[in-house]
Ligand binder design. Structure first.
Ligand code: GTP
Ligand code: MG
Length: 205
């Protein structure tokens, strides 16, 4: 997909205040520090579009970006940030769940997973919850530049095997790096394909 423009639109904490759901939308979600914001910047070759940080917990809001004036990409706060309070975590769960389950134009959720790690319970549980809700998702393994391709493939295979305990069919996956841009064309191609099938949602009152 040719990227002609990628602009920040707004940040929100309330699901009721999001932009009108008139164009297709995709969300990036995953553990704090997994590289969601960095991958967004790499996809559109625009450093600083999404704010990144070495410290987990940088992204705190639902951030909308509009791409080519015809689809939204959403950067979400990370889950599993140990230093945050229980109350914060509970709020996160509530507000992200509301967003994911109620957003009418949300076409697909990209679940980002650190390619350097053995399967993590929190990521597996999150995928299971998406499955239970019937929400479409794809897997994106991040930071592949930090290790050999073989190691990444091993971790991907283990994660997919772990998911087979709950799923009959495992969603497609991408191995990516925000540093080298590995996998970014494939992620954009997947979005392009889904965009082609988008129909305006029927909004219930
Ligand atoms: P939160 O907003 O806190 O949930 O984090 P995030 O998932 O948005 O992570 P972010 O993009 O801020 O990246 C976290 C750290 O990982 C930063 O120091 C990035 O530079 C680094 N990082 C992210 N992606 C990559 C990658 O593909 N390769 C390498 N080497 N470092 C990366
Ligand atoms: Mg972030």
């Amino acid at each position: 997909m040719l990227i002609k423009s990628a602009e920040f639109v707004c940040s929100n904490t309330q699901v009721g205040k999001l932009p009108a759901p008139s164009i297709p939308e995709y969300a990036f979600i995953g553990r704090s520090n997994v590289g969601k914001s960095s991958l967004i910047n790499a996809l559109f070759s625009k450093k600083g579009l999404a704010k990144t940080s070495q410290k987990p917990g940088k992204t705190q809001l639902i951030n909308h970006f509009i791409i080519n004036d015809n689809w939204y990409l959403v950067d979400l706060p990370g889950y599993g940030f140990a230093q945050t309070s229980k109350k914060n975590r509970a709020d996160w769960v509530k507000f992200i769940r509301q967003y994911l389950t109620r957003r009418e134009n949300l076409q697909c959720i990209f679940v980002l997973i650190d390619s350097r790690l053995e399967p993590q319970k929190i990521d597996l549980e999150f995928c299971c919850w998406l499955g239970e809700q019937g929400l479409p998702f794809l897997l994106v393994f991040t930071k592949a530049d930090k290790q050999s391709g073989v190691k990444s493939e091993q971790h991907v295979a283990k994660f997919r095997r772990a998911l087979l305990t709950w799923f009959e069919e495992i969603p497609r996956h991408f191995i990516t790096s925000a540093e080298t841009k590995l996998g970014t064309d494939e992620v954009l191609a997947a979005i392009n394909e889904i965009n082609g099938n988008f129909e305006l949602p029927v909004i219930s009152e």
